[in-house]
Design a protein around this ligand. Structure first.
Ligand SMILES: C[S@@+](CC[C@H](N)C(=O)[O-])C[C@H]1O[C@@H](n2cnc3c(N)ncnc32)[C@H](O)[C@@H]1O
Length: 251
C-alpha cells in the first residue's frame, strides 16, 4: 500500500513528467530528503528519472544513500539547502520539491531561493509542509519548540527548529525568488493518516481512494475558512512555476 504522502509524491512527479521535454528523463531535486525512503517506489511509476536529494543530517544522509543504492541515476548530497549544490546545473530541473521541511527551516528565503535557482524555465517548484507540529501539538516539548520557533527563532538550533508557516509568507518568498505561485493544495486529514496505519499491507484500495478524494475536492476545501482548513488538512503544498522573475524574462 502506498501511503497518502507517497501518493502525493507520485502525483507531483507525474506532473513534472508531463512537462519534461521529450528525449530526456525528467530531472527532480528533493531538498531535505531525509532517508529518501519514498524514492524507490517511484521507479514503478517512472522507471527513468534523475533524482538528486539534499540532506544535512548525517544518519539520514547515510540511510538515503542506502535506500537509493538500487535506484538508477539517483544521488544525494550531504549539506543544508542554503548553499549551492555541487555538480548540479542551475535552471536544469523539471521539479524541485520538499516534503515536511519548510516548517523546520530557519532561513526560509535562502531555502526557497536555492530551490528556485535549480528549477528550469517552465519547471515546477512544490513545497509541501506540515502544520501538524504547530496546530496538533503532541507533547509539551513540541509545544515549547513551536513557541520558541514562532517567537524567538534565533534561540533554537537548526536541528530543533520548528514553527508555524503561513501560505502568504511562502507565496511571497516564491515571488521574491522568481517563481510564480500557481496553486495551494491541502492534504492529510489527521484521521486519514490514522486510518492509513490500519491498512498497511492489507491490499485495500481505500487509501488510494482517499488520495483521489483529496485531489478531487480541493476547490471545496478552499471554501472553508483558512483557520479551519489548516486544522482539517495540516499538510499544505504550495505550487509554483518558473517563468518570469530574476532568472528569465517570458518569451
Ligand atoms: C521531517 S523530515 C522530512 C524528510 C523527508 N523529506 C520526508 O518527507 O520523509 C525534515 C528534513 O528536513 C531536513 N532539513 C531541515 N532543515 C533543512 C535545511 N535548511 N536544508 C536542507 N534540509 C533541511 C532535515 O534534515 C530532515 O531530514
Amino acid at each position: 500500500m502506498k501511503s497518502l504522502k507517497e501518493q502525493f509524491i507520485g502525483h507531483v512527479v507525474g506532473e513534472a513528467i508531463k512537462r519534461a521535454p521529450a528525449g530526456r528523463p525528467p530531472r527532480i531535486m528533493d531538498l531535505g530528503c531525509g532517508t529518501a525512503s519514498y524514492v524507490p517506489p517511484l521507479v514503478e511509476q517512472c522507471p527513468n528519472f534523475e533524482y538528486v536529494g539534499v540532506e544535512p543530517i548525517e544518519d539520514s544522509y547515510t540511510r538515503a544513500k542506502e535506500n537509493l543504492a538500487g535506484v538508477p541515476n539517483a544521488k544525494v548530497h550531504f549539506q543544508l539547502a542554503y548553499d549551492s549544490v555541487p555538480e548540479e546545473k542551475e535552471n536544469s530541473f523539471d521539479l524541485v520539491f520538499s516534503l515536511s521541511v519548510l516548517e523546520h527551516v530557519k532561513d526560509l528565503q535562502s531555502f526557497i531561493s536555492l530551490s528556485a535557482k535549480y528549477v528550469r524555465r517552465g519547471g515546477l517548484m512544490v513545497h509541501r509542509y506540515d502544520l501538524g507540529h504547530a496546530l496538533h501539538t503532541h507533547s509539551l516539548k513540541e509545544h515549547f519548540h513551536v513557541f520558541m520557533g514562532n517567537n524567538f527563532p534565533q534561540l533554537l538550533p537548526e536541528r530543533q527548529f520548528v514553527r508555524y508557516v503561513g501560505v502568504p509568507e511562502v507565496e511571497e518568498k516564491f515571488r521574491k525568488a522568481g517563481v510564480t505561485p500557481t496553486d495551494v493544495t491541502y492534504h492529510q486529514m489527521p484521521s486519514h493518516k490514522e486510518l492509513e496505519k490500519h491498512f498497511n499491507d492489507s491490499g485495500t484500495t481505500a487509501v488510494d481512494e482517499l488520495f483521489a478524494w483529496e485531489i478531487k475536492h480541493q476547490k471545496d476545501f478552499k471554501k472553508i475558512t483558512e483557520k479551519d482548513r489548516e486544522l482539517l488538512f495540516p499538510a499544505v503544498a504550495v505550487w509554483g512555476e518558473k517563468w518570469d522573475g530574476p532568472h528569465f524574462a517570458r518569451g
